[in-house]
Design a protein around this ligand. Structure first.
Ligand code: NDP
Ligand code: HSE
Length: 438
């Protein structure tokens, strides 16, 4: 029998993820010890309510409401409370007491990442966060380690399961947004208050984390352009299907060069049209996927369960084993890399393609006038399709135009849409959607 050094593990939070982590650590302790080269002893699980019902049984003697005392005696602290406070304070306390910290908390990382990484570096401790983006999907370690020798150019991510479930139901079942959201809530995907999901806040936090890591640059949450998916209509999803696209809420992090020649990074979250033959179009239900483009590696896709207690616990346990190995082997671990320190460029610097749907008067010269509105603002049209007359009155019938542009800047596109909206030949700007993944 091998005698291992024992590492004391404090788990903060015994909810969906914390209860599963505690249970798996206790159940598979011997096997994990062999992998880690150290015994992994759960010394306690901090919660708010000692009598709350839990997804899996946690031995009652391990439960405590005194998180600060629990942290003091730990080698590894696993923060699974979520939110900003008290999670931030507990993480700092743990790092200052010399413990390595494992967290699944995207909110605290996106809002206070630099402070936490600096604290870790100062004391020679390590902060692990594989579960913070994409739940069970390994994406943090591949970006930090496997792709450390490459240059990532772009990340397209479906990083919120709730919104992917909703958009997928609208696309495949013809559900309304409200009906799909109700089903997501019934199945337990959506939060009781799903605002963070549907308004893109959750995805924006994950985008900030991914962009910072991929581009070796601190990307603050405030610099992530965010649009939610509550404006996506049933008609847009149907029209996208007919045109060979699917609507997805994407987190996009990219290396770009702006009009002045400055190289920087940009991060954004918004609904977008994705061609049906793109790998991201095949991500159904509440699954997540992160599509990474790198100069040497080319395109890579990481796919799987982006949420769920036991699925997320898998990523947390991987971090616990890594942290334990470091404790056994010693050494400084991997510091957060922000050496590139690229400028974080605003949304107005981003270029992409657009699909604009208009209702226009079906009269001679209208198409030419509209084409001029685009070309006058430097937006090049790639293709136009016109439906047969579909509205208006008999004296002035209207038709629907669907226009796809070549790459154009956000500012040029915004100016074009403004000009379209006030043009007398245009009855309505029905929809403006970005097109990604072409
Ligand atoms: P839950 O809300 O299910 O659990 C939170 C736990 O924290 C509860 O056990 C709660 O105690 C405890 N808690 C809350 N406040 C305090 C406090 N002040 N002191 C001590 N304990 C406290 O959250 P999840 O397990 O779902 O999420 C945990 C983390 O994992 C979050 O950062 C989340 O973003 C992340 N994550 C979650 C995923 C998921 O699918 N659930 C997926 C990916 C990441 P009590 O039980 O007594 O109320
Ligand atoms: N609410 C999140 C989602 C959970 O729907 O993906 C995982 O962060």
């Amino acid at each position: 029998m091998i005698e291992y050094r024992n590492l004391k593990i404090a788990i903060l939070g015994g909810g969906s993820v914390g209860a599963q982590v505690a249970n798996l650590l206790i159940q598979h302790g011997d096997e994990l010890a062999a992998r880690a080269g150290a015994g992994l002893e759960v010394i306690g699980v901090a919660v708010r309510d000692l009598d709350a019902k839990r997804d899996t049984d946690i031995p009652q003697h391990l439960l405590t409401t005194d998180a600060p005392a629990l942290i003091l005696g730990a080698d590894l602290v696993v923060e699974l409370i979520g939110g900003i406070e008290p999670a931030r304070t507990y993480i700092l306390q743990a790092l200052h007491s010399g413990a390595d910290v494992i967290t699944a908390n995207k909110a605290v990382l996106a809002n206070h990442g630099p402070e936490l990484f600096e604290a870790a570096e100062q004391v020679g401790a390590q902060l692990y966060y594989e579960a913070a983006v994409g739940g069970a999907i390994p994406i943090i370690r591949p970006l930090r380690d496997s792709l450390a020798g490459d240059r990532v150019t772009r990340i397209l991510g479906i990083v919120n399961g709730t919104t992917n479930f909703i958009l997928d139901r609208m696309d495949t079942e013809g559900d309304s947004l409200e009906a799909a959201l109700a089903e997501a809530t019934r199945l337990g995907y959506a939060e009781a208050d799903p605002t963070a999901d549907v308004e893109g806040f959750d995805a924006a936090q994950k985008a900030a984390i991914l962009a910072s890591l991929a581009f070796h640059t601190t990307v603050p949450l405030e610099a992530v352009h965010r649009e939610g998916m509550t404006t996506v209509t049933h008609d847009q999803v149907l029209a996208a299907r007919k045109a060979g696209y699917v609507v997805k809420l994407l987190a996009i992090c990219e290396r770009i060069t702006d009009a002045t020649g400055t190289e920087g990074v940009a991060a954004r979250v918004h609904p977008a049209l994705v061609p049906r033959d793109h790998p991201l179009a095949a991500v159904h239900g509440a699954n997540n996927a992160v599509f990474v483009e790198a100069e040497a590696a080319g395109s890579l896709m990481f796919y799987g369960a982006g949420a769920g207690g036991i699925q997320t616990a898998s990523a947390v346990l991987g971090d616990i084993v890594s942290a334990a190995r470091r404790h056994v082997a010693g050494g400084p671990g991997v510091a957060e890399s922000t050496h590139a320190n690229l400028p974080v460029l605003p949304m107005s610097s981003v270029t992409t393609r657009y699909q604009i749907t208009l209702t226009v008067l079906d009269e001679p010269g209208v198409l030419a006038a509209i084409a001029t509105l685009f070309s006058d603002r430097g937006v090049s049209v790639e293709g136009v399709s016109q439906s047969v007359r579909d509205g208006g009155d008999s004296a002035r019938p209207t038709a629907t135009l669907v226009i796809i542009t070549h790459e154009a800047s956000e500012s040029a596109l915004a100016a074009t849409v403004e000009a379209l909206a006030t043009n007398s030949a245009v009855s309505a700007v029905v929809s403006v959607l970005r097109v990604e993944g072409l």
